[in-house]
Design a protein around this ligand. Structure first.
Ligand SMILES: C[S@@+](CC[C@H](N)C(=O)[O-])C[C@H]1O[C@@H](n2cnc3c(N)ncnc32)[C@H](O)[C@@H]1O
Length: 206
């Protein structure tokens, strides 16, 4: 099982936000029975969330073989085989290769928009759009540029560091994300402040 200290830390506040979307009394019209996670990483998130939502089925996905193995190890370790499916390969840069999975009620993805080329963000919206029914949620967690501004300075420095590392990486701006969302049949619903200057952006399928 790969360790991921940042995911181990942020899984708690993310869980609290997920509860507000998944608990049926909050959104009675969109009962969530099945969640697709994109760019799942180590499996820390999906295994943690699955333990807190025993009535929800989770479908993790990844491209890195070592992460696929780690996700499987987390599923086994926490005995989650009845609610968490084996990870599948979804390459966000090739959304056309991703078959539609039936009966996905929500798509969730964290910490990928700034450390992948922007085509992966386009790909994620394309995939979410094809999977989800109207009124369903696509939630994205991570650091973002908000209406053209990155703050505080530590985030600005991190964005520069990412762009130096790979010219195709870097914080995505909310205006660009809203435009990509609209082009894929989503409306931007809300931006939720998270610890350490991160956000959850909630998009709703139209
Ligand atoms: C920083 S990790 C985040 C992992 C996890 N979502 C989390 O928050 O703990 C970014 C993930 O994006 C995945 N990734 C990068 N490019 C991708 C692509 N083209 N398609 C799917 N996943 C990709 C990486 O393999 C990595 O696991």
């Amino acid at each position: 099982m790969l360790s991921s200290p940042s995911s181990d830390k942020n899984k708690f506040p993310i869980l609290e936000v997920l509860k507000t979307f998944i608990e049926p009394d909050k959104h009675p019209k969109t009962k969530i029975k099945s969640i697709l996670e994109l760019a799942s990483g180590s499996g820390v998130h999906v295994s943690f969330f699955a333990q807190h939502f025993p009535n929800v089925h989770f479908q993790p996905s990844e491209i890195e073989p070592k992460n696929m193995e780690s996700i499987k190890a987390y599923i086994d370790n926490y005995e989650l085989t009845s609610t968490v499916r084996d990870p599948i390969v979804i390459d966000l840069s090739c959304p056309e290769k991703c078959d539609v999975i039936k009966e996905i009620d929500m798509v969730y993805a964290s910490n990928f928009t700034h450390i992948s080329p922007v085509k992966c963000t386009y790909g994620a919206f394309d995939i979410a759009s094809r999977m989800l029914k109207p009124e369903s949620w696509f939630l994205i967690y991570g650091p973002f540029s908000i209406d053209g501004e990155i703050s505080p300075e530590s985030n600005l420095n991190f964005d520069k560091h990412l762009r130096n590392q790979n010219s195709e990486w870097g914080y995505r701006d909310t205006s660009q994300l809203k435009e990509i969302a609209e082009n894929n049949g989503f409306s931007f619903d809300q931006r939720i402040a998270m610890p350490s200057n991160n956000w959850i952006l909630a998009f709703r399928k139209i």
